[in-house]
Design a protein around this ligand. Structure first.
Ligand code: ASP
Length: 325
């Protein structure tokens, strides 16, 4: 089995420094797999694309990563591809890869919650689990997955739930796709993912904002997006997709200015739906031209809209895609 390992940085690549963990730039062989991480009989080839803490990843770097992965997959040289990444924004990079790659070479993201110098280091074990998953024959056509702590998660569902615990990555409301147990991979669920981009070179239009509501908060922030020239905004509403009345007025104003406004919930689990007709209720927002975007995570939907606008999709085409959620 031949596996490409693409490193981008993150704690898995970090060492302690005088003021906290940092990437070791003096490492003579950056990205080399740690002892014991590669199962016997496997050959790996390392690529270091970035050496960044993942809060330094940007949408354009994520798009560059996706294009790089597409090139590796198209080369036909690998049975699977593993990406190592910082945990903070891993779910965003993995999601963008999932909706844009559309290739049959399996891609698995992994990371570490603890650096190699800490007690109970998790990076080598996670990398091994990711390699085994990416090369598991049943895993082909499962889309992009994220493997940490012996669990396999769908990129569209997974999220970092805990700041520090090794069991941080979970798919609330959906559960994992499967498990890694020593040298075996057990798949127990199929990803039922409904979003994909039209085929073509990934390019992002980054003029997409993200606004989270709180009691009495959101109208000023939405106005800021509109006045800054955003073409679209994701609104993280309350519960089933409801917002304060002045936020609803600003939604209407944004739509009149030609912006796409996509509504998700700030709840961890569940779909938005227009069941409330009062000013600011989900049904009111829909009648003002907002699109209700099902059970998407706001930060992932933002990337999806960047890619959809970058692909030249118009309002109707985006709305048709979001209706599947
Ligand atoms: N802050 C680090 C990063 O995302 C955390 C990690 O890698 O786990 O790069």
């Amino acid at each position: 089995m031949r596996v490409a390992i693409v490193s981008t940085g993150g704690t898995i690549d970090m060492v302690p420094g005088p003021s906290g963990f940092r990437i070791d730039e003096s490492d003579p062989a950056p990205g080399r797999p740690p002892e014991g991480a590669v199962p016997s009989g496997y050959e790996t080839e390392q690529f270091r694309l970035f050496a960044l803490p993942s809060p330094h990843m940007t949408p354009s770097r994520m798009a560059e990563l996706c294009r790089f992965l597409g090139g590796l997959a198209a080369s036909g040289r690998f049975d699977g591809i593993v990406v190592t990444h910082g945990t903070d924004t891993l779910e965003e990079s993995a999601f963008l890869a999932d909706v844009s790659l559309g290739c049959s070479c399996p891609v698995v993201f992994t990371a570490a919650m603890r650096s190699s110098s800490e007690l109970g280091v998790d990076g080598p074990r996670n990398l091994r689990g990711a390699i085994l998953t990416a090369t598991c024959p049943e895993f082909r056509n499962f889309g992009v997955a994220v493997v940490l702590n012996d669990e396999i998660h769908a990129a569209g569902r997974v999220t970092k739930t805990y700041t520090s615990n090794v069991s941080s990555f979970a798919s609330p409301g959906y559960g994992p796709l499967g498990f890694v147990d020593e040298d075996r991979v057990f798949l127990v669920n199929r990803p039922c993912w409904r979003l994909e981009l039209p085929p073509g070179e990934l390019s992002l239009d980054e003029r997409v904002g993200l606004v989270r509501t709180a009691a009495g908060l959101g109208a000023r922030e939405l106005r800021f997006c509109r006045e800054s020239g955003d073409r679209a905004v994701v609104l993280e509403a309350f519960g089933r997709g409801n917002v304060p009345p002045d936020v609803a007025d600003e939604v209407g104003e944004s739509v009149r200015h030609g912006m796409l406004v996509a509504v998700v919930s700030r709840c961890y689990v569940g779909r938005v739906l227009g069941v409330y007709g009062y000013p600011g209720g989900g049904s009111d927002l829909a009648s003002r031209g907002a699109m209700l975007a099902g059970d998407m995570h706001g930060h992932k939907l933002r990337l999806f809209l960047m890619a959809a606008l970058g692909a030249g999709l118009d309002r109707e085409a985006v709305s048709a895609l979001l209706e599947r959620l």
